[in-house]
Design a protein around this ligand. Structure first.
Ligand SMILES: N[C@@H](CCC(=O)N[C@@H](CS)C(=O)NCC(=O)O)C(=O)O
Length: 273
């Protein structure tokens, strides 16, 4: 087996990790992944050499004890070296194979995987302008994904506030309108072939569609799911999502993640490519 070009520590499964794994599939490189189920990550030492903690190591007196900031309310155990490599202290946490360099933000970890592989796939474009246009989509995706993260974390056990729901709806419409428009220009988001823009869209948007699992909570609060009325409002964006999710490079990682959304949404592909 080939040497890994990156190591990623994260809770698993995590659509943000799939971005790098899918890019690695196209580039013919190996990304090593280490982690555990989301609730179990509070019992891990967050480090390049991440590992489950021994019973006696889980204490507020530990030099590694830190307050969780985003998505984790309990104490987390992050080494000083982890915070040098990952100043924002988040997972997925990417590392160069020797552990000397941290790469954070899932879109950037995905870029690292794409850069490490063969450039023949064109995932990051064919020149600097192409790459910059792909970056434009990745920035737009991150803005959407950050709103989605705040919203999804606020969905359970209580419904989100009407204000948060409205913000999410605005962010959703802005992003999906843009993706829909872009897919009117060509078969893929950034042009004629698959790029990192498509991979980030599929992974972040698939994660957002988990909103549908909280419909009951939303309805009880008098709110509609933000994705209500789809796929009619954004037919190209939805067809693109489900079509790509079926291709081998994506399906290997997404598995049945979108099955429920697909059966509820009754999506027909609009492009034959
Ligand atoms: N935009 C980031 C999101 C990463 C993030 O916010 N991760 C959260 C978990 S969802 C985290 O690691 N939180 C650590 C903490 O709470 O200290 C990405 O795409 O990588």
């Amino acid at each position: 087996m080939s040497e890994p070009v990156l190591r990623i520590f994260s809770y698993l499964p995590n659509p943000r990790v799939w971005k790098a794994l899918i890019a690695a599939e196209f580039g013919g490189v190996r990304v090593e992944v280490c982690g555990d189920a989301p609730p179990a990550l509070v019992n891990w030492l967050w480090d390049f050499d991440a590992r489950p903690l021994e019973e006696g190591e889980r204490s507020e007196a530990s030099p590694h004890a830190r307050t969780g900031k985003r998505g984790f309310s309990q104490t987390l155990y992050k080494t000083d070296d982890f915070l040098v490599a990952h100043p924002f202290g988040t997972v997925p946490a990417g590392f160069s194979p020797d552990g000397a360099l941290g790469v954070f933000e899932s879109n950037s970890i995905m870029r690292a995987a794409a850069r490490a592989g063969s450039a023949d796939h064109g995932l990051y474009g064919r020149n600097g302008y192409d790459a910059s246009r792909i970056d434009s989509f990745l920035d737009a995706t991150l803005v959407f994904a950050r709103e989605a993260q705040v919203y999804l974390l606020a969905l359970r056990p209580n419904p989100p506030s009407a204000e948060l729901h409205r913000r999410m709806k605005d962010a959703y419409e802005f992003y999906l309108d843009g993706v829909e428009q872009a897919l009117g220009n060509g078969p893929f988001i950034a042009g004629d072939s698959i790029t990192l823009a498509d991979i980030a869209y599929v992974c972040d948007f698939a994660q957002f569609l988990k909103e549908r699992g909280s419909r009951k909570i939303l309805r009880e609060a008098g709110l509609d799911p933000v994705s209500e009325g789809e796929p009619h409002a954004h037919p190209r964006a939805f067809a693109h999502l489900f079509r790509l999710a079926e291709t081998p490079e994506f399906a290997k990682h997404l598995g049945g993640y979108l099955d429920r959304a697909r059966s509820e949404l009754d999506v027909e592909p609009v492009h034959s490519r």
